[in-house]
Design a protein around this ligand. Structure first.
Ligand code: 5GP
Ligand code: MN
Length: 319
């Protein structure tokens, strides 16, 4: 464990001293960003605070979590006089999306994250790339505050299960399992959470997986697939139905690097990188993104799907 513990006490003091507190996860929030935000929000409420959570729209598979009523639905320009802004699961300030403007207006800022690419953009930084997930770091914080309950535990377990792929990615540590054990002790329904987060999928998800398998290109141990916006729409799907595809590609026997690209409505390209060997954080950073050594992402604005595919392959060929 890095020295995150020494920053927890000053963080808790900042919470106590602040009135208007804003929490935000990254753009296109995933299970870790959502769970870290909701769990910390619930803990702050139990401390008598009224936190505002900024999260872009997320899928119905997280409906079973509590605390959605803290998520702010109005224009962000209405949020004023912010004492404390807490960024969760963001490697850099750009990952905050529209919430970046709110971050810049805040008196104090705290950056809680586990990405190796994190550039310590907060006034206070609680960053540990050895933690499986931001939710794992938030567990350490709430454990210190001492007000964990079943709803908070359920959210934390969800974030940890999501980012570890069910305790199977290499970010999973002894501490991750210890924390999971403590959360199960509190009463979380681990079977239900695993099903909701990992195994259950929609028919739309299956349709896009099938299409993306049709579009596979393989070069040595690199597997890459793409979906255009037109292909996504023609199947009656949205790009929210692409979860799990890149991991499925990586799990193909003999493959060591998987890339999945899809085109968004605004023509930008969302790239997901997964690896069993090479550092894909480095590759993603060449395209303005980042993440972890074996799992990273980027949004590419100035290329077509085919150009992005070729540019990424070129980058990987030169590693
Ligand atoms: P995914 O491929 O699932 O979107 O992301 C994989 C990992 O890379 C996640 O930890 C995610 O937070 C991170 N990531 C994805 N896109 C970006 C990006 O554009 N910039 C940075 N810094 N990290 C990203
Ligand atoms: Mn995460």
């Amino acid at each position: 464990m890095n020295n995150i513990y020494q920053n927890i006490e000053p963080f808790v003091q900042l919470i106590k001293d602040s009135k208007t507190i804003v929490l935000a996860g990254h753009t296109s929030p995933d299970g870790d960003a959502i769970s870290a935000s909701l769990s910390l929000g619930m803990s702050l409420q139990k401390m008598g605070k009224e936190p505002i959570i900024l999260l872009e729209e997320y899928g119905s598979s997280f409906e079973y979590l509590k605390g959605h009523n803290m998520v702010y639905k109005e224009g962000y320009e209405n949020i004023q006089d912010i004492d404390l802004f807490i960024s969760l699961d963001c490697g850099d300030i750009e990952r905050l999306g529209l919430a970046k403007d709110v971050f810049e207006k805040a008196k104090n800022t705290v950056n809680i994250d586990h990405h190796i690419s994190n550039n310590n953009f907060g006034k206070l930084n609680i960053v540990n790339p050895s933690s499986s997930s931001t939710s794992e770091i938030v567990f350490e914080i709430i454990d210190y505050i001492g007000n964990i309950d079943l709803d908070i535990a359920t959210a934390l377990y969800t974030g940890i299960v999501f980012d570890t792929g069910g305790f199977k990615h290499n970010c999973t540590t002894k501490r991750t399992h210890q924390i999971a054990g403590e959360l199960i002790d509190i009463g979380v329904d681990s079977v239900c959470i695993h099903s909701n987060i990992l195994t259950m999928h929609s028919l739309e998800n299956s349709k896009l997986l099938a299409k993306s398998i049709n579009n596979i290109y393989i070069e040595n141990d690199i597997i890459i697939s793409t979906l255009s916006n037109e292909e996504i729409l023609s199947l009656g799907c949205t790009n929210k139905n692409t979860g799990g595809i890149v991991q499925y590609l990586l799990d193909t026997k003999g493959m060591n690097v998987a890339i999945f690209l899809y085109e968004k409505e605004d023509k930008s390209i969302k790239a997901s990188f997964r690896s069993k060997a090479i550092d894909v954080n480095q590759i993603a950073s060449k395209f303005g993104g980042g993440g972890h050594i074996l799992a990273a992402g980027a949004t590419i604005k100035d290329m077509t799907l085919e150009q992005a595919k070729e540019a990424i392959l070129e980058e990987i060929r030169s590693v």
